[in-house]
Design a protein around this ligand. Structure first.
Ligand code: RP5
Length: 177
């Protein structure tokens, strides 16, 4: 099975239900790249290519993938199907690709029956980014280098808040004069 892979052995697999989802998942790609976590990406559908999806999950596990990120829109069963075929953590990203703006995908991703969990993140780009951060936190439990990268990233975020505070105070002070 073909998949686009970063150079190192992939720890994270990003699956999406359609090529039309790709532009909505670039945040997950960018965060994993920023954190230096090797990943691969695959388009496969729970409904249109069910056997391919199951084959992919098994082959990804054999290649050493430890966390799956599964994104789909509409009646979004991809993450649940992945979770049914692996014991690795599965993070579901509801994609806002339908007239219901992702609410349908949110419900069908998050409402899993007990025993087959999907860690469901927010709809759309916020969720895509947080899926990558959550994957990094899971991997960081057993990888000191990834954990250290997350500390650096958290420090960067805090610094950006402080910088935002400085800018807003400065702009509002200027508006008073
Ligand atoms: C889902 O249906 C996909 O994840 C996508 O979000 C949505 C629409 O897919 P296309 O009809 O654009 O291929 O399975």
């Amino acid at each position: 099975m073909t998949s686009s892979t970063t150079s190192a052995s992939p720890l994270v697999a990003i699956l999406m239900g359609s090529a039309s989802d790709a532009d909505k998942l670039t945040g997950a790609r960018d965060v994993l790249q920023k954190l230096g976590i090797a990943f691969e990406v695959t388009v496969t559908s729970a409904h249109r290519s069910p056997a391919r999806t199951v084959d992919y999950v098994r082959s990804a596990e054999e290649r050493g993938v430890r966390v799956f990120i599964a994104a789909a829109g509409g009646a979004a069963h991809l993450a649940g199907v992945v979770a049914a075929h692996t014991l690795k953590p599965v993070i579901g990203v509801p994609v806002d690709s339908t007239p219901l703006a992702g609410f349908d995908a949110l419900l069908s991703t998050v409402q899993m029956p007990p025993g087959i969990p999907v860690a469901t993140v927010a709809v759309g780009d916020m969720g895509a980014r947080n899926a990558a951060y959550l994957a990094a936190r899971i991997l960081g439990l057993g990888d000191a280098a990834i954990a250290a990268t997350l500390v650096t990233e958290r420090d960067r975020l805090e610094a950006s808040v402080v910088e935002g505070d400085r800018k807003v105070k400065s702009a509002w002070a200027a508006a008073r004069t």
